[in-house]
Design a binder for this molecule. Sequence first.
Ligand code: MD6
Ligand code: FE
Length: 208
Amino acid sequence: MTDPADPPEPSRRIRGVALYDGFLSAAGQARVLEDLRAVAKAAPMFAPETPRGRKMSVRMTSAGKYGWYSDRRGYRYIDRHPSGTPWPPIPDSVLAIWRAVGSTRRDPDCCLVNYYGEGTRMGLHQDRDEADFGWPVVSVSLGDEALFRIGNTTRGGKTESVWLRSGDVIVMGGAARLVYHGIDRIRFGSSALLPDGGRINLTLRVVD
Ligand code: MD6
Ligand code: FE
């Protein structure tokens, strides 16, 4: 299922995952970052707990109709920030990325914002808390470089890794929608985009 009227050709595909190297210019990255500061002001970052009661090392918040959340009751989408305030709208600068490489047929319900500080990683997982896997997941990298590992649609087997840089965009759709993936490590301080270092990843998803 292709969506944008004239989908740009990715720079490369790894195991069906489309990679757009340097999709955002320096000015584009700065614009998105400025919009994310407003999101984090309205919906402050928090460190979720895994269902087993461990604090995740990544800090997160969300924009849109739903935000992604986790605690001892499990992983799920919730319609407001844990403080009770509604999630702020997804910024136009971010929606523009989705419309260019994800879909023009509908906008995403959720923009998950993850912050990786020094030493943060994310284990191999599938994005499978959404109702319809026909919609792609679009992911945007900002700040420090990160080693992204791509596996298979079932657990185990061979994996391939790729360094993601600030401004890179990934689309996981079609047969690659449910591949296992994760972040092994970041190169803390490798980018000057964030004044205190670290990495921000946005994932855009249709939830309902
Ligand atoms: C990250 N990304 O890049 C973590 N999920 O920090 C993800 O978990 C992800 O990049 C679905 C699709 C693309 C992704
Ligand atoms: Fe994911």
